[in-house]
Ligand binder design. Structure first.
Ligand SMILES: Cc1ncc(COP(=O)(O)O)c(C=O)c1O
Length: 360
């Protein structure tokens, strides 16, 4: 369709900052066109170790506890394949990123969703997670800030979750890809809490914070034996991530912080505008404390989320993702990515208002 405003795909509208693109160009100019170590460039792993220590308060050894992967997507896949035995149960909070459940199933695990309710701001509690634990539970997947709800996690609740993981001997996979896009309150990684580093696989990447989705670089930090198991799958399936992208990621992690802060401030303005607009239109929308997604409730329109998204697209040419795409507990909601220019968001909101007013 022509003239569609997309609030659909979760990707920054910013082009990767120039100095990062230039690092990739320079890598090519220098003839950096080879494979790297399976674990990735040591210089990048060392820079990641320093950054994770500064920003997340956990120290990892660059030589044995960090693996560079083709995006968090690959890191997540090989983590699932490395730790899940057939029939192991993997608990995650829902609505959630679309890949968790299929990724667990592909590794012959059993996905166990803990549904979060809008009434509780979609936050997950240690109590709710504990109710889902069985003798077959192996791994707990956490994602804060959360795609699609923008939810974040208070340190006190995270302490309780860490406590239950230790008591039930659960491994934890924490996907912190949106951590730099936290607008209010600080961000705490569960990996930094007492007794958690040894049972946590920490995933992070460059796609969101540095607007580098096309570079496909992510990483996993964790206990050496898990990283080694992941590396064996990675070496036979992927060999290594692209060296050109790794060189660009090195530039990003060393010199890209100001870009991230600038983009975050833009996202904050857009978030405030879009959330305000939805509430004015009568689509109740909580304030996402992180990520770049608004998750308004569309139940008052009488449509389900897929009907709403399809009819909105057809009638007003605004693309959003039905909440049901993120699991049954996302039904009744719409995910709207605000990593789009403010003037486009303004027009999208006008179009949504027209659409909704015709339904009432
Ligand atoms: C929560 C979450 N994890 C992982 C990914 C995948 O990231 P990457 O581009 O690093 O593969 C996404 C992408 O949208 C995401 O939202």
């Amino acid at each position: 369709m022509k003239d569609v405003i997309s609030l659909g795909v979760g990707e920054p509208d910013f082009v990767t900052p120039w100095h990062i693109r230039e690092a990739a160009i320079y890598a090519l100019e220098r003839g950096r066109t080879t494979y790297t170590s399976n674990l990735g460039l040591l210089s990048l792993r060392e820079a990641i170790a320093a950054s994770v220590e500064t920003n997340f308060n956990v120290s990892y050894r660059a030589k044995s506890e960090i693996l560079i992967a083709v995006g968090v997507s690959e890191a997540m896949d090989i983590a699932f394949r490395a730790v899940i035995d057939p029939g192991d149960e993997v608990i995650y909070h829902e609505p959630c990123y679309v890949s968790y459940s299929p990724g667990i199933s592909l590794a012959h695990g059993v996905p166990v969703a803990v549904s979060c309710r809008a009434e509780d701001g979609f936050s997950v509690t240690a109590e709710a997670i504990e109710r889902a634990v069985t003798p077959k539970s192996k791994l707990l997947v956490l994602n804060f800030p959360t795609n699609p709800t923008g939810g974040t996690m208070e340190r006190a609740e995270l302490e309780k979750i860490a406590d239950l993981a230790r008591r039930h001997n659960l491994l934890v996979m924490t996907d912190e890809i949106y951590s730099e896009l936290t607008f209010e309150g600080g961000h705490t990684s569960i990996a930094s809490l007492r007794g958690m580093k040894e049972r946590t696989i920490f995933l992070h990447g460059f796609s969101k914070a540095y607007a580098m989705t096309g570079f496909r670089i992510g990483y996993a930090c964790g206990p050496a034996e898990i990283i080694d198991a992941m590396m064996r799958i990675h070496q036979y399936s992927m060999l290594c991530a692209s060296i050109i992208s790794q060189e660009a990621a090195l530039e990003a992690i060393q010199y890209g912080e100001a870009d991230t802060i600038e983009m975050r401030e833009q996202y904050r303005l857009r978030r405030n505008f879009i959330v305000n607009s939805f509430n004015q239109i009568g689509l109740k929308c909580h304030l996402p404390r992180g990520s770049f997604y608004a998750f308004p409730c569309i139940r008052s329109t009488g449509l389900d989320s897929k009907q709403f998204a399809v009819r909105l697209l057809e009638a007003e040419k605004v693309a959003c993702v039905p909440g049901s795409a993120f699991g049954p507990s996302g039904e009744g909601f719409l995910r709207c990515c605000f990593a789009t220019a403010l003037d486009r968001i303004e027009i999208a909101c006008e179009r949504i208002e027209c659409f909704v007013s015709r339904l009432r």
